[in-house]
Every structure is written in C-alpha cells, then in structure tokens.
Design a protein around this ligand. Structure first.
Ligand code: ADP
Length: 464
C-alpha cells in the first residue's frame, strides 16, 4: 500500500530533515576546523622537540653520555638503523614499544599511542651523522596531547549528543511553522466549503496577493466568476427556453379548446388545425435552432473546412431568400469582386449569412433596400456588410442582440416569427469560421459587419 502523507506532514518532515542536515554539516565543519587548527599547533610543538633531540643526536654522533641534559622525563627513543640504542625512562614508564619498524609510521611520520588514559602523539625523524662512516639514526619523540586537543574531542562528543535535542527542537519548530504556513489554507478550505451553486457570488479572501497561495486564490476566484457567469447564462437560457416552448404550446392548447367548444363547422376546425400547425412549425424550428446551438456547445461536432468562393455562397443565400424579399417589395443589391476565396465551413458560413439577411428582410419595411457588400482590404482582411433600411438597433443593444433569446421588441419579433436565436446562431457560425460579427453605426437601418482576418486558413478538417 502506498503511504500518502498529508501536505502538513510532508512540510514538517522536510523542515526537520533540513534542520538536521544543516546542523550535521555545520557541526562537521566546526569540528574539522577546530581539530585542524589545534593539531597544527600541537604538531609545531612536537616538531620543536623532535628538532632539539635530532640536533643533539646529530652533534653527538651517537655518544649518549652527554644526553643527561635532555632529561629522562621526556619520552623519546633513539634507534640506529632501526635497532634501539637509547630510550628515556619516561618512554619506558609509559610502556611504549621499544621495537619500531618503518611500517609503524604513516606518511607524515606520525603515530598515536595511549597510556594512562592519555593520548600521545609520536613523531619519528631521520638523522644522518658521521664524517668517515655514515650513521643512520631514527629519533622518535612522544608528546602528550594537550587539553586543547582533548577538548576538541569533547566538542565532537557534545555535537553528537546535541542531535536528539536539535531533533526535538526541529520537530517542534517545523510543527509550529507548518501550522503557521497552513493557516491560510485552512481558512480558504472553510470558505470554499461555503460556496455552493446557490452562493456562487461568494469569493475566497486573498490574504497576500504576492505569495503562491494568494495567486492561487486569485485564479480560483476568477474561475468562480466565470462559473457564476456560465451558471447565470444557463439559468437564464433554461428560463427563456421554457418560456419559448410554453407560448406555442399554450396557443395550441387554447386553439384546441376553443375549437372543441365553439367551432360549429368544418371550416372552423380547418382554421384551428391550420393555426395549430403554424404553432407546431414554430416549435419544430425552435427545437432545431436549440439543437444546433447546444450540439456545438457540447463540442461534439466535427467541422470540415475548405477553400471556398464567398461570392457564390452569398449569391446562393440571396437566391434562397429572394422570394421573401420580393413578397415585401424589398430590393437586394450585392456588391462584390469577381471572387474571394477563404477557408471556411460553407454550411456554417451560409447559415450565418442566411440569418442576417433573413432578419434584414424581416425588419425592413415594404419596398425597402438591402445592400450587401463583400470586399477584401489591402491588408487581406475580408469584410461583409449587410445593410438594411429598417428601424436599426440602438447602440447600447448591439451586443445584447447576439445573446440567446434576446429580442428588442418581443411583440414585433414575435409578429415576424422570430425566436430570438437567429443572431446567436449567426455569431456561432461566423466564429467557427474564425471571424467576428457586430452591428456598426450607419446613417439608416442596421448594418451587420462580419470580418475575417487575412490568411484565416484553417486545417481542412478540425474538430471543435
Ligand atoms: P429573432 O428571431 O427574434 O429575429 P434574432 O436573434 O435573429 O432573433 O435577433 C434578435 C433581435 O435583434 C430581434 O428580436 C430584433 O429585435 C433585433 N434585430 C435583429 N436584426 C435586426 C435588424 N436587421 N433590424 C432591426 N432589429 C434587428
């Protein structure tokens, strides 16, 4: 089973480990530095003694009679060609070996002996004397370690003994630190628990915007804002959709009831059925539009793109709707270059043009004029303007009209058969084709402008 530690425990462990590691490294360096300094002082002293004895050996050439002045209480030993020729009483008293070989000394000619609970540092020196014959002497001098060197050892022991204490302090300190560090997280957790679908307007408190937790809180709050907006839209969409469904259904129901109650002859029934069929068509259109919008929202559509001639696609939409315009005596003019090719999905593109043109026809009074202009600017940007001479759209509502179910004048819209989804679908179609759409200022009526960036080339097939 994998051991999963809480963040707080991990923080504590890491802290403790770090403190112990820092302590161990610092202790090691303090110990090594002190030992090195004191040892070098000791060695200097020992070297002095070695030099004194060596000088005497050199001068006397092995005549030990003169040596009494060196004192017997200093532990040293003289060997001639590795055979002991002289040792002091102090050397003997300490029970130091009286047979030494070259292998007994390390490369610094140093050695340590212990006697009477004290450590002795022992150094060997090689002395060559004689004029006619060469004599090789080995001078071995021992010196008791001073208190300074022993106190370094004591220091080392205390440093090791300090580890448990440091461990306790480190754990306690880390516990306090991690508690302190996790304080804001606990507060955020409590606040976040209070946020539900009903209270999406609540935000988490940003304690310090500059630290990581503060940054995370800001990101989380932004996410909440987006969620709240989407949630609101969804709520409004559901309410609007229910309302849209209820209107034709109520109409069908009341037409049926009136017909059953009052209609006396076949013609009355025919009228009632015709009205009911009209409402059914409205319902079917509404369902079709809703499905189209939501299916794309759910991201389940695979959309193909290809290089198409915009002129011919706009012409074909005009052809489709010409009859509606003619019924109202509306003239449609289309100004365009020979051809403009762009990577688009033709179905979505035509759907958008169809909805805009249909609106222009719907909201333009009889004998009006609709002007369509398609052009490519020098920068490569492609613009399509569809301009009518109807009542126009007030500037403050030009963004809102693209929202689902939004209608400026419900009565007028309903009278022309609008569901309030046409512009939302048009916007979706244009954005799928990488363009943008808006209503712009014009001296009369409404002017809808669609803009496609230069080289808005898309992959021939891409899933959205
Ligand atoms: P609808 O199906 O009601 O026409 P749309 O989404 O197509 O819904 O349009 C939203 C609203 O924008 C319409 O109800 C109408 O009030 C307004 N509108 C759209 N196009 C025009 C236009 N060309 N002239 C004036 N008003 C328009």
């Amino acid at each position: 089973m994998k051991l999963v530690l809480s963040f707080r425990t991990q923080l504590m462990l890491l802290n403790t480990l770090l403190v112990i590691l820092i302590y161990a490294v610092a202790a090691f360096f303090i110990y090594a530095f002190m030992k090195n300094r004191i040892e070098s002082v000791e060695l200097e002293k020992l070297q002095e003694q070695v030099s004194t004895v060596s000088t005497v050996v050199y001068k006397s050439g092995g005549d030990y009679n003169d040596w009494y002045h060196l004192g017997d209480q200093k532990p040293f030993l003289i060997m001639e060609d590795w055979k002991v020729s002289y040792q002091t009483t102090a050397w003997k008293d300490l029970n130091f070996p009286d047979k030494l070989t070259p292998g007994d000394f390390n490369n610094k000619s140093l050695k340590t002996y212990s006697a009477e609970q004290h450590n002795y540092l022992v150094k060997i020196n090689f002395v060559r004397t004689g004029i006619d014959t060469m004599h090789n002497f080995q001078v071995v001098v021992a010196m008791e370690n001073t208190e300074a060197l022993e106190s370094v050892e004591k220091l080392a022991r205390s440093l090791v003994l300090g580890i448990p204490l440091i461990l306790i302090l480190a754990v306690a300190g880390s516990f306090f630190l991690s508690n302190h560090a996790m304080g804001p997280v606990k507060l955020l957790r409590i606040k976040a628990q209070q946020i539900s679908a009903q209270s999406l307007s609540l935000r988490l408190p940003v304690i310090n915007a500059r630290d990581d937790i503060g940054q995370l809180t800001i990101v989380f709050n932004d996410l909440l804002t987006r969620l709240e907006y989407t949630f609101e839209q969804l709520k409004r969409f559901t309410a609007d959709a229910s309302h849209e469904f209820r209107t034709p259904l109520t109409s069908i129901r009341s037409t049926g009831q009136v017909a059953l109650k009052n209609a006396g002859n076949v013609n009355d029934f025919k009228d009632a059925v015709a009205s009911m069929l009209e409402d059914t068509d409205r319902l079917a259109n509404l369902i079709h539009d809703l499905l189209q919008l939501t299916r794309h929202d759910a991201g389940r559509l695979k959309i193909d793109f290809s290089k198409e001639d915009l002129v011919s696609h706009i012409n074909s939409v005009i052809e489709e709707l010409k009859i509606l315009a003619e019924e109202k005596g509306i003239t449609i003019s289309f100004l365009h270059p020979d051809t403009i090719r762009l990577h688009i999905n033709p179905a979505y593109f035509k759907q958008a043009i169809r909805n805009i043109l249909h609106n222009a026809i719907k909201y333009t009074p009889g004998s009006g004029l609709i002007e369509i202009q398609l052009r490519q600017e020098e920068s490569g940007i492609i613009r399509i303007d569809i301009k009518d001479n109807g009542p126009g759209i007030p500037p403050d509502l030009r963004e809102k009209v693209f929202e689902r179910f939004f209608r400026i004048d419900n009565a007028r819209s309903a009278s022309v058969g609008g569901s309030g989804l046409g512009l939302a679908i048009a916007k979706q179609g244009i954005e799928i084709n990488n363009g943008n759409i808006k209503f712009v200022d014009s001296n009369r009526g409404a002017t809808c402008r669609m803009v496609f960036p230069a080289n808005s080339a898309q992959d021939d097939s891409s899933a959205i």
